[in-house]
Write a protein that binds this ligand. Structure first.
Ligand code: ADP
Ligand code: MG
Length: 605
C-alpha cells in the first residue's frame, strides 16, 4: 500500500489530494485540502503553503507528511499573469478652477453665482455685486449663520456658500434665506477670493444639471467656444454629483495633456503587427489573433504601454532570476475599461472617468521553475517529489471523474490568473492552451470601475449578490426582492449598497453607487473576461478551430464556483450546440481539485 499526494499550485490557491494505491495499482482517494498559495506561483515560497495543505489533508486520515511515498506537483507552465491599466487621456486643469464635489449632506438647493468672499469680510461688502460666502473651518456654524443673516438684513446678495466643515445643514437651518450650500471642501484655502464662482445643489433625488453641462458652465462664465471646450473635463467630472462648485480663477486655465498611449508590437508565427493601444481592446485582440501563435509582445518605448510591458517582464525576471530579455509574452487579454483619474487642480480630490485599456499578460520564461520548488520540497520533507504533467491536461483528467462525462471532452479551467483549456478524446490528449486573464482581472476591473479602492471588497462584490439597505429593517436585493429583519441592522449600513456574503453584509465604501450600476459593472466585466476567454481558448483547441466540433465542456477551477459565470459561459456556448456545465470532481469536490486529482490519476497510468 502506497500513499501519494497530488499538489496543484495555482496563482491563488494550492490544492492537494491524498490517495492510496494498492498492489494492483487501484487508487482510492482519501482526502483533500486547499489553502491560499504562499508566494508567487512557481517560486520556493510556495512550499510553506504546500506543507500546510498536505498536513491538513493528511490529518483527516490520521497520517503525516513523512508517511507519503510520493508527492506529485503540477508542471505549472511557468507563466505569470500581470495586469496593468494605462489611461489614454489625462486631463489637467490648472490653477484650481474646479471643485466638483459630492458631500453627503449639502444644504439648500438651486444654483448660485457670485464673487467669492470670506464670510468674515461680508461686513464690508457692497450692494452692487452678488457674493458667494466662503466659510473656513475656524468660523463656527453659528458665527457663519449670523454673518450671513446680517448681510441679508443689510440687503447684500449672498447667493451661495462654500463650507470647509461638514456643516451645510446646520448653517442652512439657521439662515433666513434658502441658498445652495456645499460643504466638506477640504482645501478651502485654495479657493481664491474675488473670483467668479458658481455653486449648484440638486434637489433631493436628482443630480446637478447646470455645472455638469459644458454649455451651462459657458453661460455662467460667458466663455468663448474655445474656452467651452476646456470645460468638458470639468463637466464630465461633475456628472452624477449632487452638488458642485466651479470657480473661474483670474489666471485659470485648463490644459488637456494627452499622454501617448503608445503601440504594441505583436510578433507571432505568422508575422508581426503594430497596433495602437488607443484603437481599443477589440483591435488589439484582432491583431493578436492575426499572428497566432504568439511569440512575444513589445511596447513602444516612452509610452504608457511601453512602461507597462517593461514592468511585466521585469517583475517576472526578478522573480525567476533571469534576464528580462529572456522573458516572452505568450498571451495577452485586452479589455476596454474606465478608470477614475484625479483631476489636477481640483480642490476636493475630484476624479473624472477616463478611457483606459486593461491588459493581462501571460509571461513565459525558458526555465522550469517548478524543478526548484520540487528540489526544495524534497529537501524539506524527505519524500520523493515528481513534477508531472501540464496543468490543463491534468485538469482534464481530473474533470473526467465528474459523473455524466464521457470522451471526447473539453475542459475549461477558470482560475485566478489564467483561463486554461484542454481537450481529450479516446486516444488521449489532443491539445491544451493557457490564456491570460481570469478571476483576478475581474476583481481588479470591478475595483477600479466602481472606484472601490479596496481589493478585498471588490472580491466580495464579485462573488456575491448586492442589496441596498433601505431601512434599518429591510433591504432590497438586486433581484428586486425585499427582505425584512426582526432586529435593526447596523445603522452604519443605512442607505448603503452591501454585498451579501451568506449572513454577513459588507458595505461598499462609496455612497453614490446605485444597485443597477454595481450589477451592470459586475456582469459586464465578467462577460468581457470570461466569455471572451472561454471562446478564445476553446477555439484554439477545437478540431479545425471550429467550436462546433466540441460537444461537451466541463468547467473547473475557483471561478467556476461563481454564481453567474458558469451560466454566462453556458449561454454563450449553447449557441454552438455545446453542453457546458460546472464539474463535480470525484463526485464530491465540485469544480475544485481537478488538477490535483488528475496528477494522481496520471501517476497511476
Ligand atoms: P488558481 O488555479 O489560479 O490558483 P483558483 O482555481 O483557485 O485559481 O481560482 C481562483 C479564483 O477563483 C479567484 O479569482 C477567486 O476570486 C475565484 N473564486 C473563488 N471562489 C469563488 C466563488 N465562490 N465565486 C466566485 N469566484 C470565486
Ligand atoms: Mg488552477
Amino acid at each position: 500500500m502506497k500513499l501519494i499526494a497530488g499538489v496543484d499550485i495555482g496563482n491563488s490557491t494550492t490544492e492537494v489530494c491524498i490517495a492510496s494505491l494498492d498492489e494492483y495499482q487501484r487508487v482510492k482517494f482519501l482526502s483533500s485540502a486547499l489553502v491560499a498559495t504562499t508566494g508567487v506561483k512557481g517560486t520556493k515560497d510556495n512550499v510553506t503553503g504546500i506543507l500546510r495543505a498536505l498536513s491538513m489533508a493528511l490529518n483527516k486520515v490520521g497520517k503525516k507528511v513523512s508517511d507519503l511515498d510520493a508527492i506529485l506537483l503540477n508542471e505549472a507552465a511557468p507563466v505569470v499573469c500581470d495586469t496593468a491599466m494605462e489611461t489614454i487621456t489625462e486631463t489637467i486643469i490648472t490653477d484650481s478652477s474646479v471643485i466638483g464635489h459630492n458631500p453627503s449632506t449639502p444644504g439648500g438647493v438651486g444654483l448660485g453665482v457670485g464673487v467669492t468672499i470670506d464670510v468674515r469680510n461680508l461686513t464690508s461688502a457692497g450692494k452692487n455685486k452678488k457674493y458667494i460666502a466662503v466659510i473656513p473651518g475656524d468660523v463656527s456654524y453659528e458665527d457663519a449663520a449670523k454673518a450671513l443673516n446680517d448681510a441679508f438684513d443689510r440687503g447684500i446678495v449672498v447667493s451661495a456658500a462654500i463650507v470647509q466643515k461638514d456643516e451645510a445643514v446646520l448653517i442652512c437651518n439657521r439662515i433666513k434665506k434658502m441658498i445652495p450650500i456645499v460643504d466638506e471642501v477640504k482645501h478651502i484655502d485654495r479657493v481664491p477670493q474675488g473670483a467668479v464662482a458658481a455653486v449648484e445643489v440638486a434637489s433631493p433625488g436628482r443630480t446637478i444639471s447646470t455645472l455638469s453641462n459644458p454649455y451651462g458652465i459657458a453661460s455662467i462664465f460667458s466663455l468663448t467656444p474655445e474656452e467651452t471646450k476646456y470645460t468638458v473635463p470639468i463637466a464630465k467630472s461633475l456628472i452624477g454629483k449632487r452638488s458642485a462648485v466651479v470657480i473661474r480663477t483670474p489666471e485659470g486655465g485648463v490644459k488637456e495633456q494627452v499622454v501617448p498611449a503608445g503601440s504594441l508590437y505583436i510578433r507571432g508565427g505568422s508575422g508581426s503587427v503594430k497596433v495602437s493601444v488607443e484603437s481599443g481592446a477589440e483591435e488589439i485582440m484582432k491583431a493578436l489573433e492575426s499572428v497566432q501563435p504568439l511569440e512575444d509582445v513589445e511596447g513602444e518605448v516612452g509610452t504608457n504601454v511601453g512602461t507597462m510591458i517593461h514592468r511585466v517582464k521585469n517583475s517576472m525576471a526578478s522573480l525567476t532570476g533571469q534576464s528580462a530579455s529572456k522573458i516572452k509574452i505568450k498571451d495577452l487579454l485586452a479589455i476596454d475599461t474606465v478608470v477614475p483619474v484625479r483631476v489636477r487642480g481640483g480642490v476636493a480630490g475630484e476624479t473624472s472617468m477616463e478611457k483606459a485599456v486593461a491588459i493581462a499578460a501571460m509571461v513565459k520564461t525558458d526555465r522550469l521553475p517548478m524543478m526548484d520548488v520540487a528540489e526544495y520540497l524534497k529537501g524539506k520533507t524527505g519524500v520523493f517529489v515528481k513534477v508531472a504533467g501540464v496543468e490543463a491536461v491534468m485538469a482534464a483528467l481530473g474533470a473526467l471523474t465528474t459523473p455524466g462525462t464521457e470522451l471526447p471532452l473539453a475542459i475549461l479551467d477558470v482560475g485566478g490568473g489564467s483561463t486554461d483549456a484542454a481537450i481529450i478524446d479516446q486516444k488521449g490528449i489532443v491539445r491544451s492552451v493557457h490564456l491570460a486573464g481570469a478571476g483576478d482581472l475581474v476583481t481588479m476591473l470591478i475595483n477600479t470601475e466602481l472606484g472601490l479602492g479596496d481589493r478585498f471588497i471588490a472580491e466580495e462584490v464579485k462573488k456575491n449578490p448586492v442589496a441596498k439597505v433601505e431601512s434599518l429593517f429591510h433591504i432590497r436585493m438586486e433581484s428586486g426582492e425585499i427582505r425584512f429583519f426582526d432586529r435593526p441592522l447596523n445603522p452604519r449600513y443605512y442607505g448603503r449598497i452591501v454585498a451579501l456574503r451568506r449572513e454577513d453584509m459588507i458595505p461598499l465604501p462609496r455612497e453614490d453607487l446605485t444597485l443597477e450600476k454595481v450589477v451592470q459593472v459586475r456582469r459586464q466585466v465578467k462577460y468581457q473576461v470570461f466569455v471572451h476567454n472561454a471562446i478564445r481558448a476553446l477555439r484554439q483547441i477545437a478540431p479545425q478551430n471550429n467550436l462546433k466540433n466540441i460537444s461537451n465542456v466541463v468547467m473547473v477551477g475557483g471561478s467556476a464556483l461563481d454564481f453567474e459565470i458558469p451560466e454566462m459561459i453556458l449561454q454563450e456556448l449553447s449557441r454552438y450546440n455545446i453542453v457546458a456545465g460546472r464539474g463535480n470532481i470525484r463526485n464530491c469536490e465540485g469544480p475544485r481539485n481537478a488538477v490535483a486529482t488528475g496528477l494522481v490519476m496520471s501517476y497511476v497510468g
